[in-house]
Ligand binder design. Structure first.
Ligand code: SF4
Ligand code: SF4
Ligand code: FES
Length: 260
């Protein structure tokens, strides 16, 4: 594609760091069953947008963190179904793409305050974990490289602390659940374990309690009202000009301590 031709594609993807695929080879990709010629440099997410579709679901951070974009594809002539994050997977020739709005995984309804028998909670709310056959497919499917089978097995044993720790980086994308022969909703199990861990095992966070009291007492109301009344371009400038927290933020405090 020439530079001139590339410039005509004003709506190529909607990510804030879109790079025009100038000079990229165009390859055939099937989106929702229809063939398109798309620049080989694009991710699945951007390729679908390049083809003219607009995401109103199944798209969030565009950076592999929010877990909103799990997708499924096959490459023509290959019997395997593939799963991955649409914002992280680059297209390849003859891919056949479909985008799922979400995985309809089973989510238990519970009141955390009534789950004081924490060792039994996983088995009670998600009894299907006992059907795990130890195939480890869930671990291999995880884009965050989490040992998914390990946290499911910890949950099964009632070791909530271990399950919470191992699953800490879960982005709830559901790719593990898409592959599990036992139909387990791993990420909901993991979330239950992290909630139980936070509620019953970790010590109370006293600084959090005092901050919640400040919020309820209205300490931030005026500041939030002022922000809500500002136009978007002013908010953008404020955001860019804010004092960034350093990577090594141990004991760090901002210069302006008005709202600490
Ligand atoms: S994919 Fe399902 S059955 Fe296989 S190890 Fe993971 S939880 Fe167990
Ligand atoms: S554990 Fe499952 S839901 Fe969580 S990030 Fe890994 S694949 Fe996604
Ligand atoms: S859009 Fe957030 S992980 Fe892909």
């Amino acid at each position: 594609m020439t530079a001139e031709a590339a410039k005509k594609h004003h709506t190529i993807a909607s990510g804030d760091r879109t790079i025009l695929p100038e000079g990229a080879k165009m390859i055939p990709v099937y989106v929702m069953g229809k063939k398109y010629m798309l620049p080989e440099t694009l991710t699945i997410q951007k390729a679908i947008e390049y083809a003219g579709y607009q995401f109103i679901r199944a798209c969030g951070c565009r950076g592999g963190i929010c877990g909103a974009c799990p997708t499924v594809w096959r490459v023509q002539g290959d019997y395997q179904l593939h799963f991955g994050l649409a914002c992280q997977t680059v297209i390849e020739e003859n891919m056949v793409l479909a985008q799922l709005p979400f995985f309809p995984a089973n989510k238990a309804v519970y009141d955390l305050e009534e789950l004081s028998q924490i060792g039994d909670a996983v088995g009670m709310l998600y009894p299907e974990v006992m059907k795990c056959v130890g195939c480890n497919t869930c671990t291999r499917a995880c884009p965050m490289e989490i040992d998914v089978m390990e946290y499911i097995n910890a949950g099964m044993r009632g070791d909530v602390a271990r399950a919470a720790k191992v699953s800490f980086d879960c982005i709830q994308c559901g790719l593990c659940s898409a592959r599990c022969p036992a139909q387990i909703a791993h990420y909901h199990v993991a979330q239950l374990c992290r909630r139980l861990h936070g509620r019953y095992i970790l010590p109370r966070a006293t600084h959090l309690e005092s901050r919640v009291e400040q919020i309820l007492a209205g300490r931030y109301d005026k500041m939030l009202e002022e922000l809500a009344g500002k136009p978007e371009d002013e908010l953008r400038k404020l955001y860019v000009a804010r004092e960034p927290e350093p990577l090594d933020s141990k004991n760090w405090e901002p210069k302006d301590k008005t709202y600490l």
